[in-house]
Design a protein around this ligand. Structure first.
Ligand code: SF4
Length: 169
């Protein structure tokens, strides 16, 4: 059991990655992207605390759920409880998508000081990285807001030593 500060959840989302997903909006974001759609998630003192065991149990009780999506806010500001949760989700045979306003390379850098970030990356299948850039907003993009953001296969990226991207079908 770990405490996680969240803004809310959507228990059956179809807009945060493939399939029906359990989406957790973490609370607290340092990025301040212009045009952010979730400004209420920025305050690190806002939102409320949830128990990761309760979130896991709720997700597992729904047979429709393909996986969890970690959104925000900035999920990588709370990497320890999310890494533990993501590991349980994987062990249960479901997948993990994480959004971050940090780039993949920035997260790798930060992981040297904060190993929990690497633990979360190791338990993330797909990372959608980078800040939302309003000038590059494109409504045609699948599951991402602006063209600068990348859809990254984290396992292959860690194996290759560089970001490996793909497009959702
Ligand atoms: S990273 Fe996401 S939540 Fe944070 S300011 Fe940017 S768009 Fe908003």
């Amino acid at each position: 059991m770990s405490k996680l500060r969240i803004a809310g959840i959507i228990s059956e989302s179809v807009v945060d990655g493939p399939g029906v997903r359990y989406t957790i909006f973490t609370q607290g974001c340092p990025h301040n992207c212009e045009g952010c759609h979730n400004p209420q998630t920025h305050d690190f003192e806002g939102g409320y605390f949830a128990d990761t065991d309760d979130l896991f149990d709720e997700m597992m009780a729904d047979p429709l759920i393909r996986g969890v999506t970690l959104s925000g806010g900035e999920p990588f500001e709370q990497p320890r409880p999310l890494a533990e949760l993501a590991a349980r989700v994987h062990a249960a045979g479901k997948d993990v998508i994480a959004y971050s306003g940090y780039t993949y390379e920035e997260l790798l850098d930060k992981s040297h000081k904060e190993p929990a970030i690497m633990d979360l990356l190791l338990n993330t299948d797909t990372l959608i990285d980078g800040q939302f850039v309003r000038e590059q907003m494109d409504l045609e993009l699948k599951f991402r807001g602006s063209a600068n953001q990348r859809v990254i296969d984290v396992k292959r990226s860690l194996e290759k030593g560089q970001a490996v991207t793909f497009e959702f079908e």
